[in-house]
Structure formats: structure tokens, C-alpha cells
Design a binder for this molecule. Sequence first.
Ligand code: CO
Length: 347
Amino acid sequence: MNLEQKLQRLSDAFGVAGFEDEVRGVLQEMAAPYADACETDPLGNLICSRGSGDPVMLDAHMDEVGFMVRWIEKDGFLRLTALGGWDNRILMAHRVTILTRSGEKVHGVIGSTPPHILSPAEQEKVVPLEDLFVDIGARSRDEAEAFGVHIGDPATIHYPFLRLREGYVTGKAFDNRAGCLVAAEALRLLAQERLPYKLVVCFSVHEEGGLRGAKVAAYRIAPKLALALEGTIGADMPGVPEAKQPVRLGKGPAITLADRSITVRPRLARFLERIADENGIPYQYKLPAYGSTDAGAIHLERGGILAGVVSVPCRYIHSPVSTLYLADLEATIKLVVAFLRRAGEFL
Ligand code: CO
């Protein structure tokens, strides 16, 4: 499987925050052959390790933003609540996939009131998630339940992976399956090398809306050094001034100096820059201080953990149509591999 095919498999896997089983299965398959051990902790984090010595942690959250069924109306329509940060403006008129308790998937559409019967003022209005409804073709609550749908079932807007053109792809969950793939590839590419530390790759649960999995994983692993991997906010697009573009596509991996959850220790940020320069890898800074990352939770664990963030630039994250350049993904993998070859200098 090439890199594009692996990204496709990961992005298409179901993995709404708190319901990561399917994507964890895919990652276990990808990582286990290159790890001494893989275990799943009580929250669902998949922790794969290799070698011995002080732990160095790579973190990539495997969850994606999604929804949970909040209510089933008498006439069979579903109401949703958000798991993670959505933008109300983009929710209407998409297809959703609901994962039922039995593991079956039920499909539906987020319905919209026909414009013909709306006033001009109503047509201008953004409808909040609370007022939206999902149509699964059920004619009653009983019928919806007979389809296997329960209150509490997770749902996602499912857009299958698609190549827009050679090297440029779109999918529903590049935040953060791109980061997951960087972590899995780093583990694979370093499989034949002896590192002077224990490499621990954590595919974390429930980053969206709380940085939850990484917090307990960092406590458990107690790393000397940690790097969180992300698919982050590409905003090089019409209408956004350069000074407000957190990262840009085609410019290589983004090194975080500060986001809303962490200010990276300068010696670690400089080290990442140096590694990139020495290896001829293009890089950019993620402009401060947009977004939060697992590094925010990790660096506050135990007595404090030295942590940084490297990201693959992705446009339209937290929407079902994120995009990325495979060249940026490849360059990010290169940077992380080069970093891990030298990470022993921090121990
Ligand atoms: Co993310």
C-alpha cells in the first residue's frame, strides 16, 4: 500500500471522538509489525513501543470531529449534538453515517427546509446544529429504533477520500489521520535502526473537545520528550490575509512555536528547525496562537514534559472536505524521522 492508499484507509475509517474502535484497528494493523508491543489503555489509546531506555513519545490523536444522536423525534427524524468543534454554517445538506450499537452503519441526510417556503430573512440565517435534523428514512421513532439507532450513537459526515489531482487529495478526517500516518510511518521507517531510547507511539483518543487521551497517556508513558503530530489549519485561500493564515499548503511541515495550549520551549523549537535545515526539508511556522493540541495536555503532566508539535498543513479541517498535498505529508514524515534519529541528544 502506498502513502496515498494508507491515508485513504485512515481517513475513511470511522473514528468520532470517544468512538475510535474502527480507526484504532487500522492503526494497530499498520503499527504492530514494527513495534515490540501494542496495548490499548482503559480510555482506548493505542500505545505501541519499541526498544528500551527513557521513553520518547510520539502522539497523534486518532479521533475526528463528529456527532452523537441526541434525540429521536416521534416522526423518525434524529437530532444531533456535536462531538468536537463544528462550524454551524457547513452542516446542512450533507450525508451522515451513524454507527449503531451492533456495529452496523445507518445512512441519512441532514435535511434542510426548501428555500421556496422560507422568507428572505430566513434564507440568510445560519441554522444551529440544535435545530437541524437527520432523515434516515424512518417514518416513526419505532422504525428508527428498528434500524438499530439509539440515543447516544455516534455519527460522522462521511465523504469518501478522493484524489482531486495527482498529489492533492481530499477526505473527511485529515485532522488527524495525517498525523496518525506520520507516526505510523516513522515507526515503520525506523524499524531497522537502534535508537538510544524507547520509542513510544501513542494514537490518542478524544483530542477534539478536551485533549483527553493524550493527558492520561503522557502520565502512563512518562516520556522525557514528546512530539505531537497534527493535521493543522491551512488557510491560504481567497479572503484570508497572509497574517491570518496559520499555515499554508505546499510549504512543508509546520513547526509550532505557540498555540493556545502550549508555548514550546525555544530549545526544542530551534532543534526542530536545525534538523529541518540540516536535512534540506522545507518547513514553516504555524502562526501563533491558533488552536490547541495534545502537546498542551502532555507538557503539563507529571513534573512537566518537554513537548513540541509538528503538523501537516491541511485546508478545511473540521469540515468533511479537508485537503492536503501528499508532498507536505512526505516532508513531515522526513522531518519526524530525522528528529527521532537525533532525539537522544535531549535525554
Ligand atoms: Co487535530
